[in-house]
Each structure stands twice: as structure tokens, then as C-alpha cells.
Design a protein around this ligand. Sequence first.
Ligand code: ADP
Ligand code: MG
Length: 287
Amino acid sequence: ATPTALMVGTARSAKLGVLIKNGEVLQEVSDLDTVVFDKTGTITVGKPQVTDVVGNSKQVLQVAASLEESSEHPLATAILQRAADDGLSVEHVREFAAIEGKGVRAEYQGQEAFVGSDRLLTDINISREMKATAEKLQSAAKTVVYVGLSGQIIGLIAIQDVAKPSSPEAIKELKARGLKTVMLTGDNEAVAQAIADQVGIDQVIAGALPNEKAQHIKKLQDAGATAAFVGDGINDAPALSTADVGIAMGSGTDIAIDSGGIVLVQNDLRGVVRALDISKKTFNRIK
Ligand code: ADP
Ligand code: MG
């Protein structure tokens, strides 16, 4: 995606890959005390891989891949890749529906099927054994999706998305500048906490549905925070607009880029530290 941002600040900021849309943003950045991050694609690489399949792996993957073929979620890409690697064919499904922040449903060979988080399991029982397996995978920073067919859970798939190598350093630098760091994600609490621990994030807000992300920012602001939000996805646009400063990853969707007051050209959180330093310097000079 090409940033449409009009750039201010210094020639140096552009060289460092930080596009600042207007002068007001400079002041707002100087006032920040909190930085909130999306997880997938922002703190993590955003290219998740299937690591474990529990159940009859051929059937579990085949059902999951057949449903996920109609989804553009990064988890769907991971499942389709693994099914292809295993030489499995994808079946045509009917009545596909994506349930935002939860998963997907469809009719697979005449049977109701789904793939998604435990929030989809409203009227389905999960065995104690399956739950224990899931919790173990989640505390190892793996996202678990359950696969259901005809009212039964037939298995689960664990998917891992690793932190960008530069994320811990960026978080450390932000904390050194006195900023509080927060992760805001739709993923499960245990997974989010495990990744937060890896990169040194102070606070985790997990299980947030896409349409709730902006409300969580608002809540932090109501509690007195001046907060930036850093994100890349279509779903991140409302949070980017609600935050005192929206920081969009240039690798992200056009809508995210348009919603950000700052665009980071490189897909690297150290850009947030640079944006902060550049804004402080420029703002102090014009003050
Ligand atoms: P994030 O905040 O990390 O971008 P999302 O809001 O996109 O997360 O998704 C939250 C959770 O919903 C995922 O961790 C997953 O459990 C479930 N989910 C969402 N979309 C899908 C999908 N296409 N297939 C399976 N699970 C999904
Ligand atoms: Mg996301």
C-alpha cells in the first residue's frame, strides 16, 4: 500500500521512514504517556504457522481448510498452507459466514461446521482433556482454534505467530522514555500474555472484539491516559482514529494508513521510538 500522507517534520524523519501527517501530530506525540499496540502484524510478524493439530489431523485440517478458504484472516492463511503442505484437498462449502473476532462457520458436506475460538462454543461441550491441551498450547504463546462438525468438536489447531525480532528493543526504548506499553488484541488472554512477556509489554487487554478496540482506547483516555495506538489492519481503523495519535504500519491496509496521523514506512516498532524522538525535537524547536 502507498501512504497518502502529507509529510511534515524533517527530511531526516522521512529518511528514517516516519511520515507525519501534520504539525498538530507533533505536539500530540510530545504529550503521550501510553502506547497501545495491536498484536498480530504489529508486535508479531503476522505470518502465523500451524504447529500442532490435535484429533484426526487429516480430517481436522481438511474441514478447517475447506472453511478457511473463504477467509482472509492470517490464521486462515496458516491453515490453508498446512493443508496444502500435507497434500490435502479443499472441499467446496456452502453458506460460509465469518464471525468477526471469533471464527468462521459453513456447511461442510451437508453438516454444520466451524473453526474458531472458544467464543464460538456456546452450545457445545468441550472435554476436560481437550481444554487442558488447549491451555497448555496457549501458555506457550500459540493461538488455538477449535474445529467443529455436526455439533461436536473434532479437534483443534495450534497456530504460532512469532514476535518481530525488533519488538523487544522498541518496547524497552519506549519504557525508558517513561511510556506505559499496552497490548490490545482479540486473541486469548494466555496467548496474549505469553507474547507480552516475550517482548516486555506492561499491560494486556485480550479478548477484545474488533468493534471494541476503539472503546478500550477511550476507556484508557477516560482514566487519564494520553494514548497512541499502533496497528495495521482494517479492523484497527476506529482505534487509530480514537487514539490521541494513530500510528499505522505502512505495510498495513490502506484504511489503516489513512486513519493514522503517523505512518511507519518500515514494518518495525522502532519506528515508534523514532517518531517520538523526532516529534519531541521538532516540537521543542518550534515552541
Ligand atoms: P487480533 O486482535 O489478533 O487481530 P482477531 O480479532 O482477528 O485477532 O481474532 C480474534 C480471535 O478470533 C482469533 O485469535 C481466533 O481465535 C478467532 N478467529 C478470527 N478469525 C478467525 C478465522 N478466520 N479462523 C479461525 N479463527 C478465527
Ligand atoms: Mg489484527
